[in-house]
Design a protein around this ligand. Sequence first.
Ligand code: PHB
Length: 416
Amino acid sequence: MSPRSTTVAIVGAGPAGLVLAHLLRRAGVDTAVHERLTRAELERAARAGVLEHRVVEHLRGLGLADRLVAEGERHGRCEIVCLGERVTVDYGALSGGARHWVYPQQSLVRDLIAAYEADGGTIAFGSPVAAVAADGTGRPVLRTAEGELRAEYAVGCEGAHGVVAAAFPDRAEGPARRYPYDWLTVLARIDRPVAAVRYAVHADGFAGMMPRTADVGRFYLEVPAGERVEEWAPERIRGELGRRLGLGGADPVPGELLETGVLRMRGRVARRMRHGRLLLAGDAAHTVTPSGAKGLNSAVADAADLAGALTADLLGGDTGALDGYQRRRLEAAWRTQEFSDRLLDLLHLPAGLPPEQREFALRLRLERIRRIAAPGPEGADFARAYAGAGQLTAAPVGAVPRPAAPPPSDAAVSPG
Ligand code: PHB
């Protein structure tokens, strides 16, 4: 087989890889996308479902959010239950108008694939990249089932433990935290839609109820670190969800459990998102816990920024553009980690706390919950970061950027 070549090889056709591929293609940059999963597997995989205000505004500006806006739902409130009290956080109002969009990740992926294909792009599905090496000039060479693929740049958008990160000298490692608990994750049939994200801070552990579609909800239960899903029979899961979340009245009732798993709770940020002609975006560079729903959002934000930086490098000869990408997005990744960690701290009791001290810890948390639900600087700060107020700080794609403009004024408080 003779080697193929492209300008930017993208490994992974999740939201980050697809947004990047789409933007590069529109700017006239040749791309090749390889995805390990088959198309059916990829379009079926139920993952996240809560999109930030600024991510949707960005996609909308690119013409990539028509279905999302037509079929998605806007959510501007969440509820936090603690000690029998249910506090509503009206983050839409507290943030000055920023709200989430609820739209399943697999639907977004399906839309992005359709848009890319409508533009003439093709994706190699069911086609993993086995390894990435460098040729004599330092250009990446990807080993695929269809033979070698040579590129000017290779971008890892394939989640944690990917082949592009593995080709970094430090394997794109960086500071990491293993939390002292895990989350049992459940996708369940429900009899009515989840009207608002609900968090329960409970003496027996955190629980969460999150919207997905009219008849499917995502639920979480805090469990001991290392727990096995086999310990949790469906009746036990439903009982514990009902008790911790205080389900009743007009709340959805979880019925058939469609998927269950245990998510090992970790945070991690690579020290580098660039090594020469290798680049990383999304989970390939950083893992954030689900708390705050930031993973998908920061992956899209990485891709939007990287598209501008690669275009400036390739078409505008801007040799500093890719380092700018790395700097901006590592800063954003740490803002995101801090937000997610702060929310986790609110939602969980300290590890190993004896039962007789739990009410004290719950009372402290209730104070914090009331403070973030109230108008004032703390409420506004939480609301803006939670909803993703403001704009993505991406360079315009296809245009040669001017020297760095100052970021919008909210960039310092909102995780990217
Ligand atoms: C979710 O939709 O899975 C979700 C939403 C908000 C969170 C965590 C998870 O804080």
